[in-house]
Design a protein around this ligand. Structure first.
Ligand SMILES: O=C(O)CCC(=O)C(=O)O
Ligand SMILES: [Fe+2]
Length: 345
């Protein structure tokens, strides 16, 4: 259904706000770097560290700080923003070849940047089946996973997707993160790896109306993440209940796509899925992340993807760190583990 104005004229579709870069001035970067270089490993006491990080990040220039806060709190702000000219670790060890975490990293500037930004959006959370429940995820190409639709891949295009979670309730798009923060420690050798983001507002505006109607119908079953299927389900697909791909308010839609395959229930739904991936490619923003840059990603307003690149497994491969962030941990408490109140089954 197309929205209409009071006069019955079709309303213009709402587009996502223009992609914006939030760049720190050099003096701000240096002052932030100085503070972060003194921090202990934040994983030791995450609540104390995030409290300290909040104090440190509160010193950002008001305009910049508000842009980041608005990104997290408002429905009509961009789905993706690039924060750049962030401080980096003076001495970065090799990219761990096993996918991390690094045991050689002695300073925690990158972790401070990642968790500091995350804390302005919400609360970092972990999942046992993704990176063993760690809060700081390393996103690194892993030899055995180079062809997979997971963050270990490199040789294949990682399709437009949301980061979702297997959940016994049958919905994988409920207890999943509201936001991802992706921070770059080291680019790939050729500097070509691109991260893409397609906003559901732009996707809707570009889709033929019949395709949008199909995508807004519960004709799709999401497959569980590759890590879950591989580590828990013995390689068998584990499907969600039937869900729409796009749902909710016409002007503020939510989208959820699984990277590891969506099972359409009809041939029309299959065609709509192909069109959806195509349209995502047409409307997406692309960023080739560099050290000192972090991408804030709203995991509900849009979907993301990654281009191919070549990994060499030589200690100098691409290295990102990532958090999963929930605005609140309260309404996902049904999944909490006994051991850690931020980590879910
Ligand atoms: O490697 C990237 O740029 C993005 C990978 C990805 O989809 C993720 O880490 O969730
Ligand atoms: Fe992802």
């Amino acid at each position: 259904m197309t929205a209409t104005t009071d006069h019955g004229v079709p309303a213009a579709p709402v587009l996502a706000p223009t992609f914006r870069e939030i760049a720190l001035p050099d003096a701000v970067r240096d002052a932030l770097g100085e503070q972060l270089a003194k921090l202990p490993d934040p994983n030791t006491d995450i609540d104390r560290s995030s409290t300290r990080l909040l104090q440190i990040f509160a010193d950002l220039p008001t305009e910049l700080l508000q842009q980041i806060l608005d990104f997290g709190r408002h429905i009509d702000t961009p789905g993706v923003s690039l924060v750049s000219n962030l401080p980096v670790d003076a001495d970065l060890p090799d990219t761990p070849s096993d996918g991390g975490p690094s045991r050689a990293k002695k300073t925690f500037v990158a972790e401070g940047v990642l968790l500091g930004l995350s804390g302005l959006l919400g609360e970092p959370m972990g999942v046992l089946t993704e990176k063993a429940g760690q809060l700081v995820h390393d996103v690194i190409p892993v030899e055995g996973g180079s062809m997979t639709q997971t963050n270990q891949g490199s040789e294949v295009f990682l399709n437009f997707h949301s980061d979702i979670m297997h959940d016994v309730i049958g919905r994988y798009d409920v207890a999943n993160p509201d936001f991802l923060v992706l921070s770059c420690l080291r680019p790939d050798h050729e500097g070509i790896a691109g991260t893409f983001y397609a906003d559901a507002r732009d996707i809707q505006a570009a889709l033929p109306p019949e395709t949008l109607e199909t995508l807004r119908s519960p004709l799709f079953r999401l497959n569980a993440p590759g890590s879950y299927v591989r580590d828990v389900a013995g390689g068998q697909d584990v499907l969600s209940e039937p869900v729409p791909m796009i749902n909710g308010h016409q002007d503020y839609p939510e989208i959820a796509i699984s990277a590891n395959g969506v099972h359409p229930l009809t041939s029309g739904a299959r065609e709509a899925l192909d069109t959806l991936q195509e349209v995502c490619g047409q409307v997406a923003h692309q960023v080739q992340l560099r050290p000192g840059q972090a991408l804030l990603i709203n995991n509900r307003k849009g979907v993301h993807a990654r281009s191919t690149f070549t990994a060499r497994y030589d200690g100098q491969d691409r290295w990102l760190q990532r958090t999963y962030v929930r605005r609140s941990l309260w309404n996902v408490r049904y999944r909490v583990t006994d051991e850690n109140r931020r980590v879910h089954y």
